[in-house]
Ligand binder design. Structure first.
Ligand SMILES: [Zn+2]
Length: 246
């Protein structure tokens, strides 16, 4: 597998073939922009990648197990590959990988209108995004099998993913939860906001935005004290419950 090298035209054509076969086989994914996906689609995708890019190496040689999962927990990383720390000492049939793909990144894909990249390659659709993330994670599996460790910031990984999939970067510029939320609700850290909780209105400012906003509110009984000696309480508030307060 380490010797595989495709040129960029080849890679494009192989991706096209994979899409075509995926649309035939998946009951959820029938077009580039899909709105439903389940774990089973990842298994179909893996089989297709193995066949089209890797000469069915996994099907014919790999004795271990690969678990593929869509994850709602990943918020920063678009994908993640894990295996046992002692992979070097394991029997082939004991080796197990778990690849997680972030559902949030797929859901958020079209929420912000800008060009998105994965691995330095433009992802024009949510399926492009998914496939490029998947390619990155497949390279982690291959690197783990060859070197018993894997790091996408190091040279081995960069060579591998460039040769097989043409990626020139090991990061992605997809839409994270934070960017999607900020763009939809038009809120940024530092903004003054108000919200209702337990029948009263709280006034404060946004300290941080993730899936929810961290809001600091002035409150005589608060545990936090700012540089002026004012007391504050910290709240985690869903963005849709916040109102701007100017
Ligand atoms: Zn990585």
């Amino acid at each position: 597998m380490i010797d595989i090298k495709y040129d960029l035209e080849d890679i494009k054509n192989k991706r096209k073939t994979i899409k075509k076969l995926l649309f035939e086989r998946s009951i959820n994914i029938k077009a580039d922009n899909f709105s439903k996906i389940e774990d089973n689609d990842l298994y179909i995708l893996f089989e297709l990648y193995d066949k089209i890019f890797l000469f069915s190496w996994f099907k014919e040689n790999f004795k271990g197990k690969i678990i593929l999962k869509l994850s709602k927990q990943l918020s920063r990383a678009a994908g993640n590959t894990k295996t046992s720390k002692c992979i070097a000492e394991m029997k082939p049939e004991e080796i197990k990988f778990e690849i997680k793909i972030s559902l949030n990144h797929l859901i958020n894909f079209n929420k912000v209108d800008r060009i998105k990249y994965v691995g330095g390659i433009e992802a024009a659709s949510v399926l492009d995004g998914l496939m490029l993330i998947f390619e990155h994670e497949i390279c982690h599996v291959i690197e783990f099998l060859i070197y018993h460790k894997s790091s996408c910031s190091k040279k081995n990984f960069k060579n591998l993913i460039y040769n097989i999939f043409g990626h020139v970067e090991s990061t992605h510029k997809l839409i994270g939860v934070k960017e999607a939320n900020m763009s939809i609700f038009g809120m940024r850290p530092g903004d003054n906001v108000k919200f209702m909780a337990e029948g009263r209105t709280y006034n404060g400012f946004i300290q941080k935005i993730n899936t929810r906003a961290t809001v600091m509110c002035f409150d005589e009984r608060g545990r936090y004290i700012d540089e002026f000696g004012r007391r504050l309480t910290k709240f985690y508030v869903p963005l849709e419950s916040l109102m701007k307060d100017d």
